[in-house]
Write a protein that binds this ligand. Structure first.
Ligand code: C5P
Length: 218
């Protein structure tokens, strides 16, 4: 019997991370935020002043990325970067380099290694389509752009990071477009994926919906 995997893919700020984390907690499963891996490569590249256009050096760096997940923190070269990876600039840079098939290839095994007993809940853009095509339950989570921008705004302000709603809407739209239109593992809704539009729903309602979908098939 394969180790169960629940995948939540969707556009930026659709609530994937929050929902996936809570579903993992409820089931006692492991959790992988795959976007963090792309953000870590982005952060390391920016630190070494590597341009987003410099594919060979980005890929070389991703190969020897020294990452560790310690408790609820993520560390790069032993330094806690949990806050730094969440910055918008990191997300934007990540979305630009995520277009490189060579980079995606390098990150494949790292992601698949998170599949351990008793199970995994993971979120990203291609978790159900490419990384875990045999996942037990595949969900495409979305919400309208304004609501997503408001959620992201709230998140940033709570962390004491300055933000502006109009800029966030524009940046989310640009990122979604790039993530959906790229050739390598684009964000897309596949045939075997359940669509969950979370506009107007509370976090608890969405978590319960995912849990009941999983209970129905497991
Ligand atoms: O989800 P998050 O906003 O943290 O992801 C940052 C960027 O990383 C996304 O905009 C996307 O381009 C890329 N990404 C990806 N595939 C994933 C997860 C993230 O291409 N599975």
């Amino acid at each position: 019997q394969a180790i169960p995997v629940i995948t939540l893919d969707g556009p930026s700020a659709s609530g994937k991370g929050t929902i996936a984390h809570l579903v993992a907690q409820a089931l006692g499963f492991h959790y992988l935020d795959s976007g963090v891996l792309y953000r870590l490569v982005a952060l390391a590249a920016m630190k070494h002043a590597i341009a987003a256009e410099d594919e060979p050096n980005i890929v070389a760096m991703a190969r020897c990325l020294n990452v560790s997940f310690v408790d609820a923190t993520v560390q790069l070269d032993g330094v806690d970067v949990s806050e730094a990876v969440r910055a918008e600039i990191c997300g934007e840079y990540a979305s630009r380099i995520a277009q490189y098939p060579t980079l995606r290839e390098v990150l494949l095994d790292r992601q698949r290694n998170f599949r351990e007993l008793p199970g995994l809940v993971t979120d990203g853009r291609d978790m159900g389509s490419v990384v875990f095509p045999d996942a037990t339950l595949k969900i495409y989570l979305t919400a309208d752009a304004e609501e997503r921008a408001r959620r992201r705004y709230k998140q940033l302000i709570e962390k004491g990071i300055n933000a502006n709603i109009a800029d966030l809407v524009a940046s989310l739209r640009e990122r979604d477009e790039r993530d959906s239109k790229r050739l390598a593992s684009p964000l897309q809704q596949c045939e075997d994926t359940h669509l969950l539009d979370t506009t107007g729903f509370s976090i608890d309602q969405v978590v319960n919906q995912v849990l009941s979908m999983y209970a129905d098939i497991s």
